[in-house]
Every structure is written in structure tokens, then in C-alpha cells.
Design a binder for this molecule. Structure first.
Ligand code: PLP
Length: 407
């Protein structure tokens, strides 16, 4: 039996959550989870999605609660691919794309990794992930048997991207290696490649014959523009590179628990692309059937209403601007407060970064003191969920940072 099963370590966010719940201070603040909050610290129901839910419930069609097809609800997956790649993407026009519904972005990372371990030519390739990266990348990849290696991404001293080190590490990656690239709003550093750097990576991937695995969890949430945020994807498509992409609507539609996302396979630009796409889809159908039979339907149906209605789509685009601009505002506010306090160090990096997280540069000991002395909880990496800042708590967070930095 399982009597001797070893106890597994808890997920790192669980420990933080437990500490936060046990903290009895009325002043406590958690800057931990990547879920958007409004200026009152409440979850925000995205207005376009609320309207879509209303329409979903008004529709009395008895098909609503039937099983979804194995590869997902096609109105949803097709519209999702248009958002991700751009409506006029040559990859869509040339039949180079296969899009399937997954258990949100994490499920897409999983199904993608599984597909690659099963079908990339053996031996199983290495997978390169940025250092640092979202902790589930490594976990998801190792779970299906990939050997995970880091490539340099961030320099803690200069608080900036280490692009040339990243480039040379990838240049020495064995051909056939999988390389995970975050499309925008890099978690946890908030630092993205610029266009020129992306172009260099696209060429490098082609020259080295690496297999790009793009992770897109924040499209529209980083800059407020869906088109600006998918630049990396468009550059890969322009170059005709074969790749896979994990797409999540958790943050962008505020549908976290509904698990709304897709996995996309994009075939290289060659004449047999539609044939490859068809064969990949047939294998994905087996993997998905074996794992979950069919994906959930409520969240994707609601998302599909937003994506397929021009008015709701435009509203959603405005909602993305609301979320991303409040985050930018909080970045500036925190930086200004710290500069007002003349907190030792520089704080420009807070506004140079983009997206859900701020990589503060606080040390593990300083983060510990933030918690024990100031009741402000954040992981020991110094990653701060910026949307947990609001007009009521930002000054106190800044004063606490000031105290721990001088300590
Ligand atoms: N990728 C990155 C970089 C993330 O930060 C997240 C969520 O935090 C995800 C993927 C996937 O999230 P979900 O499974 O909720 O779509």
C-alpha cells in the first residue's frame, strides 16, 4: 500500500498563505498571489466578462452543459488563436496552426511538454528555462521527464536583463533543445526583451535548431495592448519557425479558477504544414482524452462570447487598459514614495519593469523582516505582486521597505 509514501514539500505559495492567515495584525498586507486587485484591494470582475456571463445565463440553449469536443469548443479556440497570433496572421491563413483547449496556461504547458517528450526525436531533449522563471515551468517540464536547464536572464546587481549571457547560453544549447520563452510581462522579473533582442533570439533559434515553447499568460495585461504584447509571437511567425505556445486567459479576463486557456502548435512554413498540423491534432486528441476526456466548458464559453462579439471585444480591450494602467500607476507611486524617503539604493527598476510583478531586489532577510516587523508578506525572492498595492497601503509598504533597507 501507500503506508510508506514520503511527504512532499508544500508548494512555496502555500507556506506564504499560511503565514499570512496566521498573522493577526489588522495592518497585514499580502503582496504574493498573481491575481489582479482593484484600488480597494478587491478582486475585479472584468466588465466585458460580466456582460458575457449575463448573456451566457440568458441563453437557455440545452447544449450548454453538454461535453465539450475533445479538442475544445472551436468558436473559442479559433478566436483565441486570432487574439494570440493576430487575425491576419499568415500562419492562420496557411493552415499552419492547431489550437486546442487546455486547463488554462498551466494545462497548456503540461500538454505541450507531454507532446514534445513523446514525439520529438529521441533522446528526450533538454528544456531551457530563464533564471529566474515562474516556478511551475521547471515543475511542469520535469513532471513529464524533460531535463531542465537554466539560461541566464536577470542580473540581481544591476537589476537588468543579462541579454548577452542569455544569447551565448542558448547558442551553446544542443540542437533540438526546447527553449521556454515568456512572451511578455516576464514572471517574476517584469523585464522583457525589446524588438531587436527578440529578432536576435528568433535568428538564434533558427540557426541552432532549437524548439521554441512560448508562454503567453499576460497578453494585453502588460502594456494594455494585445498587439504590442504579442510582438515576440509575430516575429517567430514571420520567420516561419515551428513552435508551440501556451495561452492563458486567467489574468486577462479575470477567469482564474475557470481554467480558460489553449495550447497552440504552429508548423514551420513549408508545403506539408497542413498535413503536419492534422497529425499533431490527432495525437493531441489522444493525450487530452487520456488526461481529462474533455476540457471544462463554462469559462471558455464565456470567454468565447467576449472574443466573438465586436462590442464586448472592444470593451475587453478597454478593461485591459484599466488593469495595466492601475498597475503602472502603483509602480510609479511606490517608486515616488521610496524616492521621497530617500531610501538607500535606486528604485527606477520598479517603473522599468512591466506586468503583474515587481522584482524589488529585497534580500531574503529583508523580506523576512518585512513580514515579522511590518506584517507585509512577500516571497523571499523579493517578488511583489504590484496589483496588491493600492492608494491606502502603498505609503506604508514604502515606509516598511525603507526601514528594512536601512536595517
Ligand atoms: N505562465 C506564467 C508565466 C504565469 O505567471 C502563469 C500564472 O501565474 C501561467 C503561465 C499560467 O496560469 P494559469 O494556469 O492560471 O493560466
Amino acid at each position: 500500500g501507500l503506508a510508506t509514501i514520503p511527504k512532499a514539500p508544500a508548494d512555496f505559495l502555500m507556506g506564504l498563505k499560511k503565514d499570512f492567515l496566521a498573522d493577526e495584525s489588522t495592518q497585514k498586507v499580502a503582496l504574493v498571489v498573481g491575481a489582479y486587485r482593484d484600488d480597494k484591494g478587491r478582486p475585479w470582475r472584468v466588465p466585458a466578462v460580466m456582460e458575457a456571463e449575463k448573456r451566457y445565463f440568458e441563453d437557455s440553449s440545452y447544449f450548454k452543459h453538454e461535453y465539450s469536443p475533445i479538442l475544445g469548443i472551436s468558436e473559442f479556440t479559433h478566436a483565441a488563436s486570432q487574439v494570440l497570433l493576430g487575425k491576419d496572421s499568415p500562419a492562420l491563413a496557411e493552415g499552419r496552426v492547431c489550437s486546442v483547449q487546455t486547463l488554462s496556461g498551466t494545462g497548456a504547458l503540461h500538454i505541450g511538454a507531454l507532446l514534445l517528450t513523446r514525439f520529438l526525436p529521441s533522446p528526450t531533449p533538454w528544456a531551457f528555462v530563464p533564471a529566474p522563471t515562474w516556478h511551475l515551468h521547471r515543475q511542469c517540464f520535469e513532471h513529464v521527464g524533460l531535463t531542465v536547464k537554466d539560461y541566464p536572464y536577470y542580473d540581481g546587481v544591476t537589476k537588468s536583463l543579462t541579454f548577452s549571457a542569455m544569447e551565448s547560453a542558448l547558442r551553446s544549447a544542443p540542437p533540438g533543445s526546447v527553449v521556454l520563452l515568456q512572451v511578455c510581462a516576464h514572471n517574476p522579473t517584469g523585464l522583457d526583451l525589446d524588438e531587436e533582442q527578440w529578432r536576435l533570439i528568433v535568428s538564434l533559434v533558427q540557426e541552432q535548431r532549437l524548439f521554441p515553447f512560448l508562454d503567453c499568460a499576460y497578453q494585453g495585461f502588460a502594456s494594455g495592448s494585445l498587439t504590442k504584447d504579442n510582438l515576440a509571437i509575430r516575429l517567430f511567425i514571420e520567420a516561419g519557425v515551428e513552435m508551440v505556445i501556451a495561452q492563458s486567459f486567467s489574468k486577462t479576463m479575470g477567469l482564474y479558477g475557470q481554467r480558460v486557456g489553449c495550447f497552440h502548435y504552429v508548423a514551420a512554413a513549408h508545403s506539408d504544414a497542413p498535413g503536419v498540423v492534422e497529425r499533431v491534432a490527432s495525437q493531441l486528441a489522444i493525450l487530452i482524452r487520456s488526461e481529462m476526456s474533455a476540457a471544462p466548458s463554462y469559462g471558455p464559453r464565456v470567454a468565447s462570447i467576449v472574443l466573438n462579439d465586436s462590442e464586448l471585444y472592444a470593451e475587453w480591450e478597454r478593461n485591459l487598459v484599466t488593469m495595466s494602467s492601475r498597475i503602472t500607476e502603483m509602480r510609479w507611486k511606490l517608486r515616488q514614495e521610496l524616492e521621497k524617503l530617500e531610501t538607500p539604493g535606486t528604485w527606477k527598476h520598479l517603473t522599468d519593469q512591466i506586468g503583474m510583478f515587481g522584482f524589488t531586489g529585497l534580500t531574503p532577510a529583508q523580506c523576512q523582516r518585512m513580514k515579522s516587523k511590518h506584517h507585509i508578506h512577500l516571497p523571499s525572492s523579493g517578488r511583489m505582486s504590484i496589483s496588491d498595492l493600492n492608494t491606502a497601503n502603498v505609503a506604508r509598504v514604502a515606509m516598511s521597505i525603507d526601514e528594512v533597507v536601512r536595517w
